[in-house]
Design a binder for this molecule. Structure first.
Ligand SMILES: [Fe+2]
Ligand SMILES: [Fe+2]
Length: 299
């Protein structure tokens, strides 16, 4: 596949769209402030409070069952101190990301899409903790947003995408290959265009663009490997049968596993197969986490 031609085709699809969903500028400003870690809780709280919708959202989510607070938290500053900058950053971006696609019609089941996205997020976080990655919440967020390109293709190329999905149901073809056949590009390149438009940080863009080709060298290879493996786990778990097992592992997963093993020799099981079985043991807890999140987000 010619990556340059795929990117050109993705840009062409983008050019025709005038009603692209937006993420408010205030959200990008708060996220960069939280990313920098130099700001004080007062400064961040002031910025959040300048937008009442955003402030209300922070208070609502921090008091949801997801965070199990013993007392109700009523101030934005306390929410920041309770959750920490990184968790608030992920919570804000995730909820706006979900909102921007909320009422769009899609040729696929959106609930299933979100279940996949949040499961990849939750498993990425689990892997990140396991290997003591330095920004666990970032792994979680990037896991959630890795497939955003699918929502773009499903919404803006609805009929063709629907036909494509119907054409591969009950076959062994992957969505990725079918997208390439139909559009000359895939959700990875289209997702990258969207991420660039929304000014997502470079490491986030890298994962969106390369999670199906983890052999590519990126700014944060560890982050890419975490999400690529979480995605692989969810895909194989979703169709957990002998055929799916027989196809494990593939080239891309092998590469991601190799990167992971280099960084965390002590804390990882001895092989990819053992690693996937260790995740199996936690899968029930992860499922509960995802369900709780659904109730919070009211998708
Ligand atoms: Fe994907
Ligand atoms: Fe995925």
């Amino acid at each position: 596949m010619d990556k340059v031609a795929m990117m050109i085709n993705a840009r062409k699809l983008f050019k025709d769209v005038s009603d692209l969903p937006t993420i408010p500028a205030i959200v990008s400003r708060v996220v960069s402030m939280l990313d920098s870690q130099d700001a004080s809780p007062d400064e961040v709280a002031d910025l959040i409070l300048s937008d009442q919708v955003l402030a209300a959202r922070v208070i609502r989510v921090v008091n949801s069952p997801l965070y199990r607070t013993s007392n109700t938290i009523l101030s934005v500053k306390r929410a920041l101190l309770f959750l920490g900058f990184k968790s608030v950053r992920e919570m804000i971006l995730t909820s706006y990301f979900v909102d921007s696609f909320k009422n769009q019609e899609q040729p696929f089941d959106m609930k299933m899409f979100w279940v996949h996205s949040f499961s990849v997020g939750a498993i990425s976080r689990r892997i990140a903790r396991m290997i003591e990655y330095n920004d666990v919440e970032k792994a979680y967020l990037v896991g959630i947003i890795h497939d955003i390109g699918k929502v773009f293709l499903g919404h803006y190329c609805k009929e063709e995408y629907g036909r494509m999905l119907a054409g591969i149901s009950n076959t062994s073809s992957t969505t990725y290959d079918a997208e390439y056949e139909s559009f000359g590009t895939t959700h990875c390149e289209v997702g990258l265009c969207l991420a660039l438009r929304w000014n997502f940080p470079p490491a986030y863009c890298d994962v969106i663009a390369n999670h199906h080709s983890s052999e590519v060298v990126t700014e944060d290879p560890l982050l890419l490997s975490i999400v690529a493996l979480a995605d692989f786990y969810c895909l194989s778990h979703g169709t957990y049968n002998s055929v799916a097992q027989a196809s494990i592992p593939g080239a891309s997963e092998d590469n991601a596993w190799e990167v992971l093993s280099q960084f965390a020799t002590d804390s990882l099981p001895t092989s990819l197969e053992h690693f996937l079985s260790a995740l199996d043991e936690e899968y029930e807890a992860i499922n509960q986490e995802v369900n709780q999140l659904f109730n919070t987000m009211t998708i």
